[in-house]
Write a protein that binds this ligand. Sequence first.
Ligand code: NDP
Length: 432
Amino acid sequence: KRRNPNDPEFLQAVEEVFESLQVIAEKKPELLDDGVLERMVEPDRQIMFRVPWVDDQGKTQVNRGYRVQFNNAIGPYKGGLRFHPSVNISIIKFLGFEQVFKNSLTTLPMGGGKGGSDFDPKGKSDAEVMRFCQSFMTELYKYIGPNTDVPAGDIGVGGREIGYMFGQYKKITNEWSGVLTGKGLSFGGSLVRTEATGYGLCYFTEALLNNKGTSFEGKTVAISGSGNVAIYACQKATELGAKVVTLSDSNGSIYDPEGIDLASVKEIKEVRRGRIKEYCETHPNAIYMEGKRPWSVPCDIALPCATQNELNLDDAKELVKNKVFCVCEGANMPTTPEAIHYLMENGVYYAPGKASNAGGVACSGLEMSQNAEHLSWTFEKVDEMLKDIMVGIFENCRDTAAEFGHPDEYVIGANIAGFLKVAEAMKAQGCC
Ligand code: NDP
């Protein structure tokens, strides 16, 4: 707290992990020696830089760029880039910190990092987005590389932005390498990467449900967000037999009691880059809730897939009142600490994003492997590997939670399991 007084999101993420690690302190304190905790909360380095670009009116704009390289004990830094006006160093640090544990849970050799900018792609022309991405990469390229740091997408950074940044990296370095993941399929991207976080979330959730003798079949699901994660979570949950009744954006939520028509959502979001309320223009039975989050509707399962702290204590009370029994996070840290405690005290199965949304980075790891061997794997092969990884993450969280005396507390399982692997690697590598 003394070192990070102005970083509330970062402190929130660290406090959640430390709360779980109390269990280790009580049962196996030797696992916490060598200053491993103190080292783990201090990023290896934080890079901040100016991103000047020229808008369509010929005026120079300036944004701030960030890359926080948090920990590379188990592999090259890996984590997404977020372009959103709310981006600041606290948010990038919290995301980078979470990424260290998440990447550890995937079992793949990836360290943790995160970056981005306070640039807002909304309302910008393609040419403006391209000029911004080129300027951003003109500085970032100095710090990344296929064996050093491999960024990917996040909020506001999809295939279009990754393509522009990859093109600029290639031009500056005169080298084609797997330096970014989430690339287009014609230039080294992996099949399933677009779907991976949403699909992976559903594979994790289905494993949890199966473990409790149930499944998605016949369940009603509330999802927030209408971006990459939300859309593919909606698709997979529906394929697994659930009825998804909500989606949202930062302006409001839609509620379709008949079940979301995903083809229509994809047309609005992926083709037109429109707003979710446009759904109601073609679906008269759907309701638009202006300025509201989707947590007030009756549902069995909630999958928050928009952004941090989007499900607070009041939302948790509403969900419990409406008989929700499972909350798995697609976004990073969407549930506030008070809400998490309330859900768990009321018997709701709760899974933290660092476990349940790890499918995106897992698939990015598979993209790195394909790039390294100059091969492309089939959709079926990558999807099968993704499913195995997500079921494995669930089992690891479940078994670790039980081993440390907290069965069904997946947040404890995720934090401890993620931590132990990184801590062991750091200790083996000496004081660095
Ligand atoms: P997108 O940019 O594709 O979509 C983000 C969605 O969340 C949009 O619907 C957006 O609405 C909404 N949103 C963003 N900020 C807010 C806000 N302050 N309040 C309400 N809604 C908001 O991003 P992704 O789907 O890729 O990412 C969503 C979450 O998942 C993030 O937390 C991200 O870190 C996490 N994640 C993403 C992964 C990936 O592979 N993409 C991997 C792992 C985690 P609007 O259009 O109005 O801004």
